[in-house]
Design a protein around this ligand. Structure first.
Ligand SMILES: Nc1ncnc2c1ncn2[C@@H]1O[C@H](COP(=O)(O)OP(=O)(O)OP(=O)(O)O)[C@@H](O)[C@H]1O
Ligand SMILES: [Mg+2]
Length: 264
């Protein structure tokens, strides 16, 4: 039996007495991307923060590579976080550090030697097309460049799991396309397992319908009579509950009035 890389079981989260998540469960297998959609305030970012251990659930469990992380202390959680890269909703770069220092941050924390750091920072920046910006300060960059630096920073430790929180929000179509292509390449060519949070359906459907190939062809499977790409599925949240889980082909056919309106 194949184990999921990431599993969330009956996750419950309250802020004061306001329920944000009321029993959310899903599994993600290696190389798969889960696209989480839902209105503003539906709990999308909260799920990512719980997985990173930045917030704690009131009930339920989170398993990463089979390990229950909900019981771990902070120093154990640091080890788990090394497996995960996160692109935050607000880029969240350190303003007083150069691009080089921002991207290298995690390597310094991990005690990687200096020569390797420079090489890996350049490699990561090259992947997002920003090697030339290595000596710049975040304030000298555009919003789209900052988001790409944030992506390079998340990728520096070559994590097997990537969490993207609205990575294209507020960006122009060309930059958004570029970021989506990078995410697709990580998924299809490097087998990175991911969660992509967005309320932009265009980006969501781009991710669900485009693939990067290395010549090995694509994997499809049949689901409810449709042939679907195997590695990308949707999860839709509404008021702390999951109201849909499945591939885009099935999502688009939904008769649910709320879902239909959301997809318009
Ligand atoms: N630290 C916090 N303290 C109190 N309430 C919070 C906190 N973080 C989030 N919330 C509340 O939890 C709910 C879900 O927030 P969350 O950020 O997960 O939504 P979201 O789906 O990511 O929304 P958006 O699309 O706007 O980013 C909101 O009602 C929000 O006000
Ligand atoms: Mg959010």
């Amino acid at each position: 039996m194949i184990e999921p890389i990431l599993e969330v079981k009956n996750l419950v989260k309250y802020y004061s007495d306001h329920p944000v998540l009321e029993g959310v469960s899903f599994r993600i297998f290696e190389g798969e991307t889960k696209i989480i959609i839902g209105a503003s305030g539906s709990g999308k970012s909260t799920i990512l923060k719980l997985i990173m251990g930045l917030e704690h659930p009131d009930d339920g469990q989170i398993f990463i590579e089979g390990q229950d992380i909900t019981a771990l202390n902070e120093s154990q959680m640091v080890r788990i976080r090394q497996k995960i890269g996160m692109v935050f909703q607000e880029s969240a770069l350190f303003d007083s550090m150069t691009v080089r220092e921002n991207v290298a941050f995690r390597l310094y924390e991990d005690g990687v030697v200096e020569e390797q750091i420079e090489q890996r920072v350049r490699e990561s920046l090259r992947f997002v097309g920003l090697e030339d910006a290595i000596d710049k300060m975040p304030s000298e960059l555009s919003g789209g460049m900052r988001r790409r630096v944030s992506l390079a920073r998340a990728l520096i430790s070559r994590p097997g799991i990537m969490l993207y929180d609205e990575p294209t929000a507020g960006l122009d179509p060309v930059t958004s396309k570029r970021i989506n292509e990078l995410i697709i390449a990580l998924r299809d060519l490097q087998n990175v397992t991911g969660i992509f949070v967005t309320h932009r359906m265009r980006d969501a459907f781009t991710l669900a319908s485009r693939y990067a190939t290395n010549g090995n062809g694509l994997q499809f499977h049949a689901e409810s009579g449709e042939l679907c790409i195997a590695n990308t599925r949707f999860l839709m949240l509404r008021d702390g509950k999951m109201i849909f889980e499945g591939p885009d082909e099935i999502l688009r056919q939904s008769d649910d009035p709320y879902i239909k309106k959301f997809l318009e």
